[in-house]
Design a protein around this ligand. Sequence first.
Ligand SMILES: Cc1ncc(COP(=O)(O)O)c(C=O)c1O
Length: 434
Amino acid sequence: MNPLAAELNELLEKNNPHVLAMLSDLGRNLFFPKGILSQSAEAKEKAHKFNATIGTATENGGPMFLQCIQDKLSAFNPADIYPYAPPAGKPQLRQLWREKMLKENPAQQDKHFGMPIVTNALTHGLSIIADLFVDEGDHLVLPDMMWGNYNLTFATRRKAEMRKFNTFTEEGGFDVASFKACLKKTADEKGKAVVILNFPNNPSGYTPTVAEGDALVEAIKEQAEAGCNIVVVTDDAYFGLFYEDSLQESLFGKLANIHPRVFSIKLDGATKEEFVWGFRTGFITFADGAPGESNAVLAAIEKKALGIIRGTISNCPHPSQTFVIEALKSPDFGAQKQQKFEVMKGRALRTKEVLNDARFVDSWSYYPFNSGYFMCLKLNRVDAETLRIHLLDKYGVGAISIGKTDLRIAFSCIAEEDIAELFDLIYQAECDLA
Ligand SMILES: Cc1ncc(COP(=O)(O)O)c(C=O)c1O
């Protein structure tokens, strides 16, 4: 083991050994090297004459660039576009995102947590978590309605075992009892669990009520008190798109610092929130549960996360970080976001209105939804994949089939005035097959 990794592990052992126990074998071996990056950081401060440290090219006191590229990006300073961004991301972006998080998540305000680290959007954040905390056979606790890509990131890449709980009760609430039972079983079997809570949820479009959210947090605390080490991840990809009377903030704020055996991780980003899917700008933020605001634990885990970033993608794209900084600083940001929120909310509410037509009763019911980009139909009479193909072939309508009964509809992509027609066509297709 590299002595730097050993040093980080000793810090964890001393300040919160439960977090050390949560790490994967790879996680234990990770460190952030004192190589080119730290030498060039030193040079940046002190090398006033010549700085011949890092693998970029310079000219006229700034980065070298091609004018044909700069011509299209002329609103930006070349220094904010072309050089490598720091491995943890641009400091200004991290600070602005932290401030945004605090403003939008009241429960986080009196909690101790780290600075957000920039990731190549949320998928990358998930893979960092998988690398740091998941070994073969570790249990991943998540609802049966989940984003399918978790399979690749956790099960295929890291050989986690997926332990799924039932998402909804018969009455249409979040099935907290099923979550509790699933977590307890994992706790009893393994003494360690990695939990993913994704609200607004993909694919259902559901965010729990405040009471359901509190019950989830309580269930996690209960198992921690019983001796289970729990890594709990809030995947807040669709954060802020809350259209009804649900929880209006991330559960991360309530989970942070609740117990030394609970290590909380918030994943969020500009991808879906700011409608910049291709920018690839996300964040990973850690909160330790050890008493006494353990900066040492956060510092050690953050260094390990930077190690995996350095060893995989080296650092995240610089231009998109600059673009997001400009957006967050813009005086128009709030008003423009609100305007798009209203558009998305209009589509969600219109979807509900259309679906309440009694005509559809024999064909399907729908899962509860109140947030995000999606909703799911639960088909009564026909196979979801058969319907999906028929819809495409005969009606030119695309949707996603999940399992035998569920059809996911991204209302985020359908103009409010087209929603009635969309469900008319799905209904016609369903009747063709039934
Ligand atoms: C629940 C959930 N998490 C994470 C992601 C990935 O987001 P990103 O594009 O930022 O990697 C998605 C994207 O569809 C998602 O639905």
